[in-house]
Every structure is written in structure tokens, then in C-alpha cells.
Design a protein around this ligand. Structure first.
Ligand SMILES: Nc1ncnc2c1ncn2[C@@H]1O[C@H](COP(=O)(O)OP(=O)(O)OP(=O)(O)O)[C@@H](O)[C@H]1O
Length: 615
């Protein structure tokens, strides 16, 4: 059903409402936020001593000039920003813990983060799967998705991939994803930016209806027109991180006038002309918008503004909230996630499978690169496997095999992961699913890709370079390749989760080049300097290389063929002494690789957890 302008009541809200919620209030007291500048060790205050209360049933508009701290305030209230924040967040006068605030507050940021391989409708459907409880039947979910498509004006692009929609459509979709679960408190950062007047009105009207049904909704709003202003019940106006107004929209101008801040505030004749013209065209927009912005943009030394700010800071809490227990009023039956971990895992796997099948470029490229390198290696080292005269060349095959696995695994992870992890952080902070479910899904999805891509390489090279066709050797070699590939993959995910694509690529090269030195192939343990030796003992490349050498030449392999009169390395014992691996212990290599896997998997987990927790 399309929403008619000027008729917000026509929004089909009934099915979007699950239960009626009693009135409540989200309030914050003495909220300050500062940043330390690393370069000159100075400290800037971004939000100073802000207090206020947003009541359910009323749509709150947060206004102020660019850089006033509007987005920062929403980041702080939503819990997205936690470091260097002081103050209290309360529901009905009861302090809201961090965990609890995550349960009740949803936040739609200015930047959109969408899965590029999904269509608009699919994105909403997956959001519905994650955010709506299983008790809601699929038909009802379908109705909600369809309603949102219409209300947000996305019906015409429902089947378009999110990578192809316009900026405004992407913005509306990102709001829709959060609207689906009908959260108790919604903080929206510029929900109308990028939208035309009609769409902006529709979004605001929809949001107002949600507020009217007992939600707290606060949104940063830029340049609202008179119709949009009529929808905004309360205004919270910021100037350089300080509050200059909080209260009903209609009373703002009067409040400013009490401090001699009457419109127009500036007396530049040129500006005055502009003011007059604007006033003639659209009086209400002129009064609210220009008054708010002009006052907020005044010099902080302006006496009138100073008095106004002092008054606002003095009069922080005129509302006396009822002392209700948050537990009873809010959390009684409120679950952080709509689905169990297992159910979350199921939906995550479904979504990833769909994205991978649709956007299979990365996967195909990885397989093709592996085949190409495998064929080149096979041509270069054809039939070396059982030739004692070419044993060094054959050892090179083993190390090339490991490098190919390393680079294809790490590069595909660092290229794709930074963007994916940004979406994960956003969805996770908004309680779509837990880190545990996401991490499990990631492992389940990555493992088959890794097995397939490294097996392709390994099998081609193994066959054409004539390595021994014994199941024990094939199995042990494959296991080393797989574990090494998993280490590379985890390293890629770790880099991708903590840094940008560019930095991850540089760092992965920085890791691998010295790691080659520590493989034991170029500098055997015996010849390593005192400085190099400790690095060889911890190098995962060395353990993988040793494991591979053991798989191919260990386990009491018979002497090699010698096509010449004399081959020094015909007896494998001599070769193993030469590469400084006389007493090979395959299981120790596996144990060391396993240790690395556990370490890196833990590191990836904790780095993702840190990202969810940090600002
Ligand atoms: N981590 C940070 N380090 C340094 N400065 C910061 C940091 N976070 C915010 N700021 C500064 O705080 C001020 C407020 O930023 P914020 O993004 O909240 O403004 P805004 O009112 O939302 O602006 P806009 O309307 O342009 O989006 C800006 O001057 C910004 O540069």
C-alpha cells in the first residue's frame, strides 16, 4: 500500500505492530565524549554535558550545523561509541546497562552496509529471518517485507541487486532493515538524506507512526521542509557539542526569543534579503530551520548564546520519571536475539551460500589461479618425484605448493573480508546474530572452499610431478596442505578484520617474504644463525614444509631411482640429513600447525569481538 502525502494515518501499521508497548522514556544525563589526538596529545571535547529525554510516542528531530556532534550523540546513545564516554543512559529513570541498551536500541548509521550479491527484497527477507521470531509465520513475514517495500518506495527495485540501487534507495533499504523488527528505541542518522521530498516525507511519516505506537524514535534531520517539520514533535538542537534546545518543536522559536535570539539572528543585509525571500516562500521552514541553524552557528562567545547554553545545562531534568524497575518494565521477556544460535547459523549459511553462488567470481578466480599455477609448476617440474638426481627440484615443488596455497588463501580473504566484516559488525551491534553464530558460519563456509581450491592444486601437481601414489603419502601431504591453507586463511581474516584492504595486502606480503626464509628450505635449521633459529622454531611455514617433506620422503620410503651413474641423494637418509630433518616427526609438525590454527582462530575471534565492542 502506498503512503499518501499528508495522510500518515494511511500507513498499514497494524501488521508491523506486534504488541502494544506501555509508555516509557529514554533519558540521558551528563553525557560527555572526548577524543585524544595522538599526534599532539591534545584532547577535544565533542559532546559536553548533554542531558535530555526522548519520550515514547513522540518523534524527536536532532538538529544542528555540520560538526555539531549529532552523529556522535547517536553513536554514544546507541552504544556504538563507548570509549571516552561518560554519563548515564536510563529508561524510566533506571540506569540502562550496556548489554541491556543493545537489546532495546537499534541504530541506523549514515553509511549503508549492504550485501552486494542480494537483491533489495532478499535483503529484507534475510533481515526478517534474523530479526523476527520463529513464532511469526512466513506469510506474516512476507506481509511485513512487502509493506516495507511499498512504504519505503522500494517496490520498483525489489529485484535489483543492492550493488546497483541508487544511493537514496540504499539508504531507505538500510532503514527498512532495522524497521523490520520494530525496535523499542530507534536512532536514525539522517534517514532522509538522499531522498526526494516525497520519499523523505514518507519515511518520516512512517517513522512517526512507529513512534506514535509507543516507540522512542530520534533522528538526525537536515533541512526539514514545513511538512516534515509538522511530523517532528520534539527538537534537540546542538551547537558545538552543547545543547541549545530540547523540547517541543513549536516552542523553540519562543525559547530563543527569550534570550534575544530572534530571527533573523544575523544582520548582514545580503543575508537579510535571502531571509525575506525564504520567509515569503515557506514561513514555517524559514522560522524553524534558519532559527535553529543560525543560533547554533553563532560564535560561542555570543553573550545571548552563552546565557542560553547555561540555562539549558541548568535545566537538565525537569521531567521526573517514574521509578520503575527496568527488569520488569522492559526486559521481562525480551530476548537479545530473535533466533537461537543454531537458527542464526542456519540463516547465515543460507545467506552466504546464496551470495557465494551469485557472486562466484572470487571463488572461480581462486580455483582458476590454482589450476594455472599447478599446470605451470607441473610443466617445470614434470616427473621429478622419483628421480634422485632432481630431488632438490622436487623439494622446490613442495615449497611452491605451499606458497600457492598461502597466497591464494590469504589474498582472497584480505580482498573480500574488510567489507564483509564491516557489515558483520553493524548487524551484530544491532543484534541480528551473535558473534558465535557468525564465526561458526564463517568456518563452515570457508572450509569447503579451502579444501576444493587447495586440492585442485595439490592433485594436479602431485600427479604430473610423479609423487609416490601411496594413500598414506597422499593423505599426510593433503593434511599438511589443508592445515597450512587454513592458517593462511585465518591470517587473511585476521588482517581483513583489523585493517583496510590495501594495508592487508601489504602486510600479507610482509609476512610471507620473511616467512619463506624461515621455511627451512633456503636456510636449513643447521645453518641458521642464532638470531634466525628462534624464528625457525615458531615459523608455521617451516612446520608445513617439514610436514610435506616427511609425507613425501619419510615413513621409510625406499631409495629413489637414479638415472645417472651416481646419485648422492639416492638414499633418502642423506637427503634428510642435508635438509636438516634427519629425525622427522610428522606428528610434531601437525601439532605445531594445529597450535598455529588454534592461535589464529582465537585471534580472529577476539579481533571481531573487539571490533563489536569498540567504537
Ligand atoms: N574520533 C574522532 N576524532 C576526532 N574528531 C572527531 C571524532 N569523532 C567526531 N569528531 C569530531 O566531532 C565533531 C562532531 O562530529 P559529528 O560527526 O558528530 O558531527 P555532525 O553534527 O553529525 O555533522 P554532520 O551533520 O556533518 O554529519 C566533528 O568536528 C568531528 O570532526
Amino acid at each position: 500500500m502506498m503512503l499518501a502525502i499528508g495522510d500518515p494515518g494511511s500507513i498499514p501499521m497494524e501488521s508491523l505492530e506486534s504488541t502494544s508497548v506501555r509508555e516509557f522514556e529514554l533519558s540521558f544525563r551528563n553525557v560527555s565524549y572526548g577524543v585524544k589526538h595522538k599526534r599532539d596529545r591534545t584532547h577535544s571535547v565533542i559532546l559536553k554535558n548533554l542531558s535530555g529525554s526522548f519520550r515514547s510516542g513522540r518523534l524527536v528531530g536532532i538538529m544542528g550545523p555540520s560538526g555539531a556532534g549529532k552523529s556522535t550523540l547517536l553513536n554514544v546513545l546507541s552504544g556504538f561509541k563507548k570509549n571516552n564516554v561518560t554519563g548515564q543512559l536510563m529508561v524510566d529513570g533506571q540506569r540502562l546497562s550496556e548489554r541491556r541498551s543493545r537489546k532495546v536500541i537499534s541504530y541506523t548509521q549514515q553509511e549503508v552496509c549492504l550485501w552486494s550479491a542480494l537483491t533489495v527484497e532478499e535483503s529484507l527477507r534475510y533481515a526478517a529471518e534474523f530479526k523476527l521470531p520463529r513464532t511469526i509465520d512466513p506469510q506474516q513475514k512476507d506481509v511485513r517485507v512487502r509493506e516495507l517495500l511499498h512504504v519505503l518506495g522500494l517496490a520498483s527495485c525489489a529485484d535489483t541487486l543492492t550493488s546497483s540501487v541508487s544511493g537514496g534507495q540504499a539508504k531507505r533499504l538500510s532503514i527498512g532493515l532495522e524497521l523490520l523488527s520494530d525496535p523499542k528505541v530507534m536512532l536514525l542518522d539522517e534517514p532522509t538524506s538522499g531522498l526526494d521530498t516525497v520519499a523523505a516525507y514518507q519515511v518520516l511519516a512512517h517513522v512517526k507512526q512507529l513512534a506514535a505506537r509507543g516507540r522512542v524514535i530520534a533522528c538526525v534531520i537536515h533541512q526539514p521542509n514545513s511538512q516534515q517539520l509538522l511530523l517532528i514533535d520534539d527538537l534537540y538542537v546542538l551547537a558545538k557539542g552543547r545543547r541549545i534546545y530540547s523540547g517541543p518543536t513549536g516552542e523553540m522559536v519562543t525559547q530563543f526569543a527569550r534570550f534575544g535570539l530572534e530571527c533573523p539572528v544575523s544582520h548582514n543585509p545580503a543575508d537579510y534579503g535571502m531571509h525575506q525571500t525564504l520567509y515569503a516562500i515557506e514561513p514555517s521552514r524559514y522560522i524553524f530551520y534558519f532559527t535553529a541553524l543560525e543560533v547554533a552557528s553563532l560564535d560561542q562567545e555570543d553573550e545571548r548564546l552563552k546565557r542560553l547554553m547555561l540555562e539549558e545545562e541548568k535545566d537538565i531534568f525537569d521531567y521526573n520519571p517514574p521509578k520503575l524497575m527496568v527488569e520488569k518494565s522492559f526486559d521481562g521477556s525480551y530476548q537479545r536475539y530473535a533466533l537461537s544460535t543454531l537458527q542464526q547459523l542456519g540463516v547465515l549459511l543460507q545467506r552466504t551460500a546464496r551470495c557465494t553462488l551469485r557472486d562466484s567470481y572470487q571463488f572461480k578466480a581462486r580455483i582458476l589461479i590454482n589450476i594455472a599455477i599447478a599446470l605451470i609448476t607441473s610443466v617445470a617440474f614434470y616427473n621429478t618425484g622419483n628421480n634422485a638426481d632432481r630431488i632438490l627440484a622436487n623439494t622446490a615443488v613442495l615449497i611452491i605448493n605451499l606458497y600457492a596455497i598461502f597466497f591464494t588463501s590469504i589474498v582472497s580473504a584480505v580482498l573480500v573480508y574488510p567489507r564483509e566484516s564491516a557489515c558483520f559488525v553493524l548487524e551484530s551491534k544491532n543484534n541480528w546474530y551473535s558473534l558465535r553464530a557468525y564465526y561458526l558460519a564463517k568456518i563452515v563456509v570457508e572450509l569447503p572452499t579451502l579444501i576444493l581450491s587447495s586440492s585442485v592444486f595439490f592433485l594436479i601437481v602431485y600427479y604430473f610431478t610423479a609423487q609416490p601414489f601411496e594413500w598414506l603419502r597422499i593423505g599426510t601431504f593433503a593434511l599438511v596442505c589443508l592445515m597450512f591453507g587454513w592458517i593462511s586463511q585465518m591470517l587473511g581474516l585476521l588482517l581483513g578484520s583489523v585493517m583496510s584492504v590495501q594495508n592487508s595486502v601489504f602486510v600479507s606480503i610482509l609476512i610471507m617474504v620473511p616467512a619463506s626464509l624461515f621455511s627451512g628450505f633456503f636456510v636449513p635449521l643447521r645453518d641458521a644463525s642464532v638470531l634466525l633459529k628462534p624464528l625457525l622454531y615458531v615459523s608455521f611455514v617451516r612446520y608445513a614444509f617439514e610436514g610435506a617433506v616427511h609425507a613425501i620422503y619419510g615413513f621409510d620410503r625406499a631409495d629413489l631411482e637414479c638415472p645417472e651413474v651416481f646419485c648422492y641423494f639416492r638414499q633418502l637418509k642423506r637427503f634428510l640429513e642435508f635438509v636438516s630433518m634427519p629425525d622427522l616427526a610428522y606428528r610434531y609438525d601437525l601439532l605445531a600447525l594445529l597450535g598455529w590454527i588454534v592461535l589464529l582462530m582465537g585471534a580472529v575471534y577476539f579481533s571481531l569481538r573487539r571490533r563489536i565492542k569498540q567504537d
